[in-house]
Design a protein around this ligand. Structure first.
Ligand code: K2U
Ligand code: ZN
Length: 173
């Protein structure tokens, strides 16, 4: 288990479309477990492989927020949204690749997702609430899309300029 560094926006690798995982190799399983460790360490409730610099279609999630409840770590290989509700919901989103920047994003309130799990078995589930927001946020990462891409150009540029400044300061530190 290894904590991997998370890429910070702006970074060209966060804007590329990730390649399908296809067969699930031991290397992909190690990556998935490293991503879960990295997500919990951040902390976050989701993480996509491009965020750790691997342009493959793999996301991990655990949106169980209640510290008393049983965690539900999920590994999704080649996830695809096969149904979206007409009903939408809004959420103040953040992103581990765009730290300390938040903005309201509106998305379908429920989505049905199909993927393959770590055993290679086909899974399908209907997600609502924070799980629905998170899985859509993560699958967007696989298509090179960030939550700031849903904002107006001025707000998006403001956040990007803040991140460029932050990266410059971190490089000097
Ligand atoms: O992909 C990521 O950057 C992980 C995000 C996933 C996420 C963003 C917005 C809404 C739901 C999920 C991180 O978990 S950001 C931290 C966070 C935690 C709880 C709620 C919102 C954001
Ligand atoms: Zn994100």
């Amino acid at each position: 288990m290894a904590i991997r560094p998370i890429l910070m926006h702006p970074d060209p690798r966060l804007k590329k479309v990730a390649a399908p995982v296809g067969s699930i190799t031991p290397e992909m399983l190690t990556l998935a477990r490293d991503m879960l460790a990295t997500m919990y360490d951040a902390p976050g409730i989701g993480l996509a492989a491009p965020q750790v610099g691997v342009l493959r279609r793999l996301v991990v999630m655990d949106c169980v927020k209640d510290p008393e409840a049983e965690p539900r770590p999920m590994i999704l290989f080649d996830p695809e949204i096969i149904w979206r509700s007409d009903e939408t919901g809004s959420y103040e989103e953040g992103c581990l690749s765009i730290p300390e920047q938040y903005a309201e994003v509106t998305r379908p309130a429920e989505v049905r997702v199909r993927w393959r799990d770590e055993a290679g078995a086909e899974q399908e589930e209907l997600f609502g609430g924070l799980w629905a927001t998170c899985v859509q946020h993560e699958i967007d990462h696989l298509d090179g899309k960030l939550f700031i891409d849903y904002l107006g150009p001025l707000k998006r540029q403001l956040i990007t300029r803040r991140m460029v400044k932050r990266k410059r300061e971190m490089a000097r530190a």
